[in-house]
Design a protein around this ligand. Structure first.
Ligand SMILES: [Zn+2]
Length: 171
């Protein structure tokens, strides 16, 4: 049974960072970029989708990505990270929440994101089942001040959720 509080919007914040390694496939926001370096790590190392998933789970008051999908579990090894986003959306629906907007900042000196930004943004909107103007993605370089920004890629994601009536709730 939902209370009026459940209908108020909720905000979630996610962050992730992966090392960039030569020869790794570079999958960002579900899009494979032609790049000599790519993020290394668990699953397909899609740092954007990992930060986004944590923002979604955080806003919903749920356990985080590492707890729900541990890298010690072989089923998540080399997994396509869109599965994490989809799973998070399903968990949110089960507790009567739906994402209504998302914004992300990607901090890296390479690869260059600008040529791929529109494609990544469209893919994120599709994944979240939102209109394109509810989803955004900005690339930032550390402009030489970020220490190892050339060797790593970092993402901050923020989402807003709203409560939706669940089946069985009185209205
Ligand atoms: Zn990650």
């Amino acid at each position: 049974m939902s209370s009026p509080m459940d209908m108020l919007p909720r905000v979630g914040l996610g962050w992730d960072r992966h090392a960039l390694v030569a020869g790794e496939t570079c999958t960002l926001a579900g899009v494979v970029l032609d790049s000599p370096v790519g993020p290394s790590g668990h699953s397909d190392a899609d740092v954007i989708l990992h930060a986004l998933t944590d923002a979604l789970l955080g806003a919903g008051g749920l356990d985080d990505l590492g707890t729900l999908f541990p890298d010690t579990d072989p089923q998540w090894k080399s997994a396509s990270s869109d599965r994490f986003v989809t799973a998070a959306l399903t968990l949110l629906a089960e507790v009567g929440l739906r994402v209504i907007s998302a914004d992300m900042v990607v901090i890296c000196d390479r690869p260059k994101l600008a040529p791929h930004r529109a494609t990544m943004r469209a893919n994120l909107a599709k994944l979240l089942e939102l209109p394109i103007d509810r989803v955004n993605l900005k690339g930032k370089t550390a402009e030489g001040g970020g220490g190892d920004a050339a060797q790593a890629i970092e993402v901050q994601a923020i989402v807003m959720l709203k409560g939706v009536p669940r089946a069985g709730d009185c209205s």
